[in-house]
Write a protein that binds this ligand. Structure first.
Ligand SMILES: *[C@@H]1O[C@H](CO)[C@@H](O)[C@H](O)[C@H]1NC(C)=O
Ligand SMILES: *[C@@H]1O[C@H](CO)[C@@H](O)[C@H](O)[C@H]1NC(C)=O
Ligand SMILES: *[C@@H]1O[C@H](CO)[C@@H](O)[C@H](O)[C@H]1NC(C)=O
Ligand SMILES: *[C@@H]1O[C@H](CO)[C@@H](O)[C@H](O)[C@H]1NC(C)=O
Length: 496
């Protein structure tokens, strides 16, 4: 049964559709699905360090009032975060139903926002449990180490083993789970764990540029359509290495993005770094982008924000200001490597967490809320989640014995309850139902006029009009098909 523009739709519904900007009727008389994606504003908006002053005016506040004032401030911040989440992550959706349809049910099954993790099955004590639990918790993935250049090509030209490992244990897993974002980390990281032993570090400048070009062209080409997103460079602010030594800031640095783009024009290209929101590297990042990448036409789409955070270093106000600052570039932001711990210098030479479970859970939730509330942030990736397979000691949300800590339940409650949407309309009036929900893919079902249950999946992307409508019926089987295909790659429009 199809709805036609002139036939079954009542005048009231048509007026509503016109108001929603969905009046386009196709030749076959069906209402078109015009859920437009957000067009991101141009990223040439100049944003410089000078535009932002981190210092707030100092005021003398009597001590007795300070605590009260702090609490009021926190209340205000919490209210702002909640309002921003509603404004940027939800919209009013309208679904149209064939005449006589009843018992409409819709359930958000995957948010448009990405929640992912660093992944490394070959070091997990119980790989099957690790894989299954990762699949149950996350819908985005970053190979933790396997794609880093020194692991991927330990001797010049020797990439076959690493490529086979990535294909079999990582890409296959991500595809099976239909993960919309799989991050290639990282094409070049000049602070190599291998240090001086890594062969490109012994090349002269022209040889190095040739090797870098080969690395990017070959490997982005090899994973074309498999990695959706790349960290082209990692940590260049603190570890510029050859970029500085050979003065490549206006040549190979922007060219690397062009090489990657040529090898996979659909891939989203990020620059990834630390201290961007918890410390003061934000303005430096913007300077690099504005002075060395954009003027040379480097195709950059996103800034990767590492977010390895010590509990004492967290200042939500500072973080929010820096997210705003980075967002002024117009680029998408990703939290790429979240971990929360106590100190960088644990007894084993590794960072370590001594946090009690309540503190870990509460702080994680507060951070997620802030990041989710920011319209430029597209996703949050944890840098591991299990104490038995994580670089930071005891910072996982699962203990080594596979039991969840409080933070795991708190995160689950965010996605499955606080940020989830469910709709039940027993008797949709006039053939449509309108509801406010979170962006993402929904399972839907209704009982048609013949008493048969119809089911499908529909994706509500971030609409420019903050509204979207979709026809559920015979035609949307194809719409649902398109929608599920769309969530396989990243949702949303990107800066060109
Ligand atoms: C290639 O690298 C792998 C490690 O990824 C190593 O095991 C193997 O021996 C190397 N092969 C050669 C020919 O060097
Ligand atoms: C870099 O090394 C190559 C090959 O060894 C050599 O041909 C070239 O002259 C060297 N370039 C410089 C600037 O030293
Ligand atoms: C938190 O950051 C804000 C903005 O940068 C700053 O004004 C404030 O002093 C910081 N608070 C603390 C406790 O450091
Ligand atoms: C603000 O939210 C945090 C958690 O996100 C909570 O711990 C805190 O108590 C809230 N503060 C106020 C004043 O509501």
């Amino acid at each position: 049964m199809q709805l036609s523009c002139t036939g079954h739709l009542r005048t009231a519904a048509l007026i509503l559709l016109l108001a929603l900007g969905l009046s386009r009727c196709q030749g076959d008389g069906t209402v078109a699905f015009t859920n437009e994606e957000d067009a991101w504003s141009s990223y040439t908006v100049p944003a410089t360090a000078d535009m932002v002053s981190m210092a707030e005016p100092q005021q003398q506040v009597p001590k007795a009032n300070q605590q009260q004032q702090q609490q009021q401030q926190q209340q205000q911040q919490n209210a702002t975060v909640a309002a921003d989440i509603a404004a940027h992550r939800t919209a009013e959706f309208t679904v149209l139903l064939p005449p006589g349809a009843t018992e409409l049910r819709m359930q958000l099954q995957r948010p448009a926002f990405i929640f992912g993790t660093a992944y490394q099955p070959e070091t997990a004590p119980d790989p099957q449990w690790y894989e299954d639990t990762t699949a149950a918790m996350f819908w985005g993935m970053t190979p933790e180490n396997a794609f880093k250049w020194f692991n991927y090509e330990p001797q010049p030209g020797n990439t076959s083993e690493a490529r086979a490992l990535l294909e079999s244990r990582y890409i296959g897993f991500a595809q099976q789970q239909r993960m919309p974002v799989v991050r290639g980390h990282t094409l070049e990281w000049l602070k190599d764990e291998e240090g001086d032993n890594f062969w490109p570090r012994h090349l002269n400048c022209s040889e190095y540029v040739a090797a870098l070009k080969e690395r990017i062209t070959r490997d982005v080409g090899a994973f074309r359509g498999k990695f959706t997103t790349y960290d082209v460079f990692n940590e260049v602010i603190k570890f510029p290495g050859m970029l500085d030594q050979c003065d490549l800031w206006d040549t190979a640095f922007p060219d690397a993005f062009k090489w990657a783009h040529e090898a996979d024009p659909d891939a989203k290209l990020c620059i990834n770094d630390f201290s961007l929101i918890e410390a003061d590297a934000g303005p430096k990042m913007i300077k690099l982008i504005n002075e060395h990448l954009l003027p040379h036409g480097a195709p950059i789409h996103c800034i990767g924000i590492q977010a390895h955070l010590t509990i004492d270093g967290i200042n939500m106000t500072h973080m929010k200001q820096n997210l705003d600052l980075l967002a002024e570039t117009g680029l998408a932001l990703y939290i790429t490597e979240f971990s929360l711990f106590s100190t960088w210098e644990g007894p084993n030479g590794r960072p370590i967490s001594y946090l009690d479970e309540d503190t870990q859970a509460d702080t994680t939730v507060a951070l997620f809320r802030l990041w989710y509330s920011h319209p430029a942030v597209r996703g949050i990736f944890m840098w591991g989640w299990w104490d038995a397979n994580m670089w930071v000691q005891d910072a996982g949300i699962y203990r080594a014995d596979k039991t969840p800590k409080k933070a795991a339940a708190a995160i689950q409650a965010l996605w499955e309850s606080e940020w989830s949407s469910q709709v039940y309309v027993p008797q949709p009036s006039d053939g449509f139902a309108t509801f406010r929900g979170f962006f993402g893919s929904y399972d839907w079902s209704y009982v048609d006029a013949d008493g048969a249950t119809q089911r499908g999946v529909v994706h509500f992307g971030k609409g420019r009009r903050r509204r979207a409508a979709v026809l559920l019926g015979s035609r949307e089987r194809s719409l649902a098909g398109e929608a599920s295909a769309a969530v396989q790659r990243e949702a949303g429009a990107w800066p060109k």
